[in-house]
Design a binder for this molecule. Structure first.
Ligand code: BGC
Length: 816
């Protein structure tokens, strides 16, 4: 029996090895055939064609003439090349996918197909209608990035990516300009809505899942904006001064995880400079770090109009310039002829672009349908949004809405004009957005019709009164701005409290590309009208023994501490995509038990944020020796701040608040559920850590409804030669849906890299010898189970190349 078993095991091993070898050989030979093909194509290309391939074919989304006038030559279609063959090609490919952000050149006789590049990241952004065409081309507006990260559920994010990628493929695009994963360093960054988290592990893991999901369709992604693009004010040339340690541990870490785990087809360099050099011109960033340290295999493109010196970009490893201008093509050609740019470097960049092209749908002549299953994707977005909503407060189980409640008074403009997502390139052209009002009706509730009529009339009036913007481009970038709230007096509130069963008050905010938010009333803080509305409505409903609930329809963090005590419950719905109203009502009604947790801290006041005194930066350069913030590239934006110094260093978000014991409104990782969970039985495989540690913990649903829990693993490290934050998120997992009374044993493995520090002196990742604490938490402050482990001798998690050192001393929090 034993011999028979051994024999079959051996046969299996031999067959398996042969199969593996055959597979490896096949993959290797396919790769070498592709490489050969690429080299063959390059050998046939003229210098002009190579230059035309590395420079994009211009920006040509249909824009009003008033906006075109603000663009420099080469954008919006003017200033095309004098080369008639090239111009003809550009005209042709422009028609492929109207509304896309850019293209690469197409040379059919050489077998080079264009790559269509489209935004991202909340779904595919294309023109929904086309001249002379009665068909529509709507895309699904998925929840914004912050919602997805707040799910703490990478399987769900993968599913969203799969659906998004399907639309990319079925509408004939090749690469989605997503995901965007810059760290939410400051609560006011205008693009935080597109980004995931203040923590690099959450950002990196969410991005890896998203990339894998999108790319499972055979289309590409562009991981952006690489790197340290954490504000929008003067984003085109602001100089970010940051330490190597903060870069590696905070600002690059998420990108590192995403590149290593998911290999995005492309990476998009950012607009800003890091320590004096444009990221798109930085060999340290794009070659040493991205390729040597992380083994990135795809190509790098600029952000639209990023950087100033096309030759420096080519040399640094910024393979493609977008959107591209004819002058840049001429510059590349001249640089090769003058010997300033080695043609081998140009060939290298061309080769990288062609290698990705060979995987892309258009090259492979994929017969796209133009009819993705928008219905199925609407279901995906509806579910994803519910899982990313965060219940901040729920006194006396105010939520879910009790079963007898039917008549609802919905206050706040955004109850009727819900904001699905932020503005700028991250805005999707969806067919519809379900408002909270519609969601309530769909959910079987009866929104008060008088209040609905009053709000309808008020908003029509306000829209008619609104001054027309004299800066159309800024209007486009800023998108829909919520209308100022109507005054809700105590008397008015009482009228509805008399007849309705419950009050919902929606507070709305929008943000977008090219501008940061402000710590003002009406933005980060609520203004008087909004606070009075909350107070008067809550008082009137409470006087009748009825509940008042606030729903936050916001792109990012707002101040909550000064008004939250007035109401019974607060739900952060974020900007949850086109099914928003349905998703909110799924949570309010209890159809879905909320399981989202904050991926960014809600501070008590903005001024307490660790970055507040260094955001968005200083108007004048503080060190005259540093190179000037030049005025090249295209920009209609302000040229200040000149620089931003990251004095907060590695103390970003909870790493700061928890270490320095700064009280916050709601901490990182926080979020309530309609049930309760008990944590027990933390078991470590060993208490001596030598590179890897496995452990398990039991999570039990101790409440009365089914629910899911995001389990967070923090490591508290000893401060040795390097100072350490109080704790660092090292892993996380989401339980399955646990029924009341049901338990799940959740397993984890952490490695040195998951909590190591970057030692600038040796350019290596280290975990120093000493006693460590493993903390299993329901949030970063609500630690449920702890255990200790020991590292006997300093461990290394690898040495990397020395790169991106600042040219001057920074006054850092870490050295205080
Ligand atoms: C944005 C990118 C976007 C690109 C193309 C830029 O302004 O920063 O995120 O992908 O435009 O639309």
């Amino acid at each position: 029996m034993r011999i028979k078993w051994l024999r079959s095991a051996m046969v299996f091993t031999v067959v398996f090895s042969m199969f593996l070898m055959a597979f490896q050989l096949k993959t290797a030979s396919a790769k070498s055939t592709d490489d050969q093909k690429v080299q063959q194509i390059i050998s046939k290309m003229t210098l002009e064609q190579k230059a035309q391939l590395v420079i994009g074919t211009g920006m040509f989304f249909e824009m009003p003439d008033s906006i075109k006038a603000l663009m420099p030559p080469g954008f919006g279609g003017e200033g095309d090349s004098k080369d008639p063959v090239y111009s003809e090609m550009v005209k042709r490919i422009r028609k492929y996918l109207p509304g896309s952000a850019g293209n690469s050149s197409e040379f059919t006789d050489l077998g080079i197909a264009t790559q269509v590049l489209s935004d991202g990241p909340a779904g595919l952004r294309i023109q929904p209608t086309r001249k002379g065409d009665t068909k529509t081309y709507y895309c699904t507006a998925f929840p914004i990035g912050t919602v997805l990260a707040s799910t703490w559920d990478t399987d769900l994010v993968y599913k969203v990516g799969q659906s998004m990628g399907n639309e990319v493929k079925e509408y004939g695009s090749d690469i989605l300009l997503a995901p965007a994963i810059n760290i939410q360093r400051d609560p006011l960054c205008g693009r935080n809505f597109e980004y995931y988290s203040e923590d690099p592990l959450v950002a990196g893991k969410t991005a890896a899942a998203m990339i894998k999901g999108i790319q499972s369709n055979g289309v590409g992604t562009s991981l952006k904006h690489f790197a340290a693009n954490n504000s929008e004010t003067n984003r085109m040339s602001v100089n970010t001064i940051v330490s190597e340690r903060a870069l590696r541990e905070i600002y690059l870490k998420g990108f590192e995880i995403a590149v290593k785990e998911a290999q995005p087809w492309t990476v998009m360099s950012s607009y800003n400079k890091i320590n004096g050099t444009y990221t798109s011109e930085s060999n340290d960033l794009l070659t040493k770090i991205l390729r040597t340290d992380w083994d990135f295999k795809g190509y790098v493109m600029t952000d639209w109009g990023g950087g100033s010196d096309v030759v420096a970009q080519m040399i640094a490893g910024n393979d493609m310039i977008q959107p591209g201008q004819p002058k840049q093509i001429a510059d590349v050609i001249a640089a090769v002829k003058d010997g300033k740019l080695d043609v081998k470097i140009l060939d290298r960049n061309v080769g990288r672009i062609l290698t990705i092209m060979m995987k892309a749908p258009r090259y492979n002549k994929y017969p796209y349908s133009n009819t993705p299953d928008l219905k199925a994707h609407a279901e995906v977005t509806r579910q994803a949004a519910t899982d990313g909503m965060v219940l901040l407060k729920n006194d006396k189980n105010a939520l879910p809405i009790s079963s007898g409640v039917k008549n609802i008074a919905a206050f706040g403009n955004t109850s009727y004009d819900f904001i699905a997502g932020g503005s700028g390139s991250g805005d999707v052209n969806e067919a519809y957005t379900i408002s909270l009002f519609e969601g309530l009706t769909n959910g079987g509730y009866t929104p008060d019709d008088v209040l609905t009529t009053v709000y309808g009339a008020y908003m029509d009036h306000m829209r008619a009164q609104a001054p027309k913007s004299n800066n159309p481009l800024m209007a486009l970038m800023m998108g829909k701005q919520p209308i100022s709230e109507m005054t809700i007096t105590p008397d008015l509130a009482k009228k509805f409290a008399d007849k309705d069963d419950i009050a919902l008050i929606t507070i709305g905010r929008n943000a977008g590309e090219g501008r940061d938010r402000t710590d003002t009333e009406g933005d980060f803080r609520l203004n008087k009208t909004e606070k009075d509305m909350i107070k008067n409505v809550a008082n009137a409903f409470h006087a009748k023994g009825k509940k008042a609930i606030v729903v936050l329809n916001i792109p990012g963090v707002v101040e909550v501490a000064s008004w939250r005590d007035l109401v019974d419950a607060v739900l952060v719905a974020w900007q949850p995509g086109q099914e928003g109203g349905n998703s909110v009502v799924d949570v309010l009604s209890g159809k879905v038990n909320p399981s989202g947790k904050l991926a960014a801290t809600f501070p008590l006041n903005y001024s307490e944020a660790p970055s507040a005194k260094n955001f968005p930066g200083v108007a004048e350069k503080s060190n005259k020796k540093d190179d000037a913030a030049d005025l090249s590239g295209f920009s209609f934006m302000r040229r200040t701040p000149w620089e931003v110094v990251y004095e907060d260093d590695i103390y970003v978000g909870y790493r700061y608040y928890n270490t320095f014991k700064v009280p916050v409104a709601y901490e990182f990782g926080y979020g309530l559920s309609y049930t309760t969970f008990d944590y027990s039985n933390l078991k470590l495989a060993s208490t001596n850590f030598s590179g890897k540690l496995t452990f398990t913990v039991d999570v039990k649903n101790t409440g009365s409804v089914a629910g899911r829990e995001a389990v967070q693993i923090y490591v508290g490290s000893p401060s040795g030669k390097l100072k350490k934050p109080e704790e660092t998120l090292a892993a996380y997992a989401k339980t399955k849906l646990l029924n009341p009374g049901e338990s799940q044993t959740v397993s984890f493995t952490i490695e040195t890299k998951d909590f190591a520090s970057f030692n600038e002196a040796t350019s290596s990742w280290i975990a120093e010898a000493g006693n460590y604490t493993l903390k299993v938490g329901a949030s970063s402050l609500n630690i449920k189970q702890t255990a200790n482990f020991k590292i006997g001798k300093e461990l290394s998690a690898g040495k990397v190349t020395k790169a991106l050192a600042p040219s001057r001393e920074i006054n850092k929090l870490v050295s205080k």
